[in-house]
Write a protein that binds this ligand. Structure first.
Ligand code: 5GP
Ligand code: ZN
Length: 114
């Protein structure tokens, strides 16, 4: 998707602050962090929203979740705890339409979220 911000990061047109990359996923720091550590984990494949995740994507989404947990360990807050979030469409607060898992850590999180 040539007009997708996160596809541009996958292609290298835009260079994010990358923490992890393999053939399937990319993890980079959010430009507007909402916690001491705020990382976005994305699939390299363009999938617009959580509503577009199909059975065939299940291993990929599993890998996104495992990548977030690995980064939480690497960043040192896995045992203290952290928050993962996937926003979907307008009411969910989604602003970039290429699915991404937010990983927020380094401070206590509140519930319910806003
Ligand atoms: P959403 O609101 O779609 O769940 O999350 C989109 C996230 O992408 C936001 O947290 C926002 O700060 C982040 N973001 C938007 N533009 C950029 C960018 O150019 N670089 C990075 N690293 N993050 C971005
Ligand atoms: Zn995309």
């Amino acid at each position: 998707m040539s007009d997708c911000l996160f596809c541009k990061m996958v292609s290298g047109e835009i260079t994010p602050d990358t923490l992890y990359e393999d053939d399937d996923v990319l993890a980079f720091r959010d430009i507007n962090p909402q916690a001491p550590t705020h990382v976005l984990v994305i699939p390299k494949q363009h999938i617009a929203t959580l509503n577009d995740v199909d059975e065939i994507h299940a291993p990929l989404v599993g890998k996104m979740v495992r990548t977030a947990a690995a980064i939480a360990r690497q960043e040192g807050f896995a045992d203290a705890g952290y928050r993962t979030v996937m926003n979907c469409n307008a009411d969910g607060g989604q602003t970039v339409f290429h699915i991404h898992l937010h990983l927020l850590g380094g401070r206590p999180m509140h519930w319910p979220p806003g």
